[in-house]
Design a protein around this ligand. Structure first.
Ligand code: ADE
Ligand code: ZN
Length: 351
């Protein structure tokens, strides 16, 4: 039987958010490393951490901005050395995602964080690919991988990384489908990576980039016009530029919005001030995502529930739209997307 979303009581809305099938399109897999797993991997790999205990590490998760988070995030990722470490990390994420009724996930990973420490890129990719395969078998979750370049490093370093990854990209064509741009945004505009994005485009890779998280609307424009990305990660600062909002809405460029992240990194002071409802009202293809769930207070359902609790303007119709947008914005095949939308429509009707 399908649930009529019109006039759904608020307490039923929270259950609906948890149960509805959804896709996650903005999750840094290194950001899913829980403190317990960081300590377990450190012990397995003989690495000494700068923190005494799980509790001491978790207590350090108080961030003033993006950079203050990235410093701890890169330290956490330093425990990843072997293929099994990348496999275990991704499986732990998929287990949580399955519990949240995520049916499809597109995982970002940061090869330079690992290659700089002497871990070969193929070790990273093969561990993640194996986890994607196991997650489909065990949980029925489909998944894709997106290789991100670190924007605080040079474009030459991105080119080096691309060259190192190319054999793996060729080997895992249907799985590793795209590239992204992450890390410190301020002072590192998208156009710094114009040439490497052009090369990736020639290679037939899908293109996304973080823009307009801390950086200005101009970075969203250049991600679209110079890098030619198909999705914007975050993008919440687009509202400062009405012409940009019109462009994003007109072209249905998806925004992968991460509400809990935005509060933890002080993009918004509180969830009640988040602009998700505004983005949807402006007709944008916004989606909800967890970004770095181990660091920001929750996985995908936590993001949905807390955001809907904080923003009374968000209704069951918005919940449906967000789930539908997540499928529309994914890099899955058109046939797969249509199946997910059918699944959603079979379970939930707008009356
Ligand atoms: N790397 C991991 N999380 C990130 C974020 N929210 N912004 C930029 N780079 C990131
Ligand atoms: Zn991100």
């Amino acid at each position: 039987m399908s649930t009529d979303l019109k006039n759904l009581p608020r307490d039923r809305l929270m259950a609906l958010l948890r149960e509805m099938p959804k896709a996650e399109l903005h999750i840094h897999i290194e950001g899913s490393l829980e403190p317990e797993l960081i300590f377990a991997l450190a012990s397995r790999n003989g690495i000494t951490l700068a923190y005494e205990s799980v509790d001491a590490l978790r207590a350090a998760y108080a961030f003033s901005d993006l950079q203050s988070f990235l410093d701890i995030y890169y330290a956490g990722a330093s425990v990843l050395l072997h293929e099994a470490d990348f496999f275990d990390m991704a499986m732990a994420y998929f287990r949580r995602a399955a519990a949240d009724h995520v049916v499809h996930a597109e995982l970002f990973f940061d090869p330079q964080t690992h290659t700089e420490r002497g871990v070969p890129v193929e070790v990273v990719i093969s561990g993640l690919v194996r986890a994607c395969e196991a997650a489909e078998a065990e949980f029925g979750i489909t998944s894709l991988l997106i290789l991100c370049f670190l924007r605080h490093l040079s474009e030459d370093s991105a080119f080096d990384t691309l060259a190192q990854a190319l054999p793996s990209i060729e080997k895992h064509r249907g799985r590793l489908v795209g590239i992204g741009l992450d890390s410190s945004e301020r002072g590192h505009p998208p156009e710094k990576f114009a040439r490497v994005y052009a090369r990736c485009r020639e290679l037939g890779l899908r293109l996304v980039a973080h823009a307009g998280e801390e950086g200005p609307p101009a970075y969203i424009w250049s991600a679209l016009d110079v890098l030619k990305v198909e999705r914007i990660d975050h993008g919440v600062r687009c509202v400062e530029d009405p012409a940009l909002v019109a462009r994003l809405a007109g072209e249905r460029v998806p925004l992968t919005v991460c509400p809990l992240s935005n509060v933890k990194l002080r993009v918004f002071d509180t969830l009640a001030q988040h602009n998700l409802a505004l983005l949807l009202a402006a007709g944008l293809c916004a989606t909800v995502n967890s970004d770095d769930p181990a660091y920001f207070g929750g996985y995908l359902n936590q993001n949905f529930v807390e955001t809907f609790e904080a923003l009374p303007a968000l209704t069951a119709a918005h919940a449906y739209t967000l789930a539908r947008n997540s499928f529309e914005a994914s890099f899955a095949s058109a046939a797969q997307k249509a199946r997910w939308v059918q699944l959603l429509d079979a379970r939930f009707s707008l009356g």
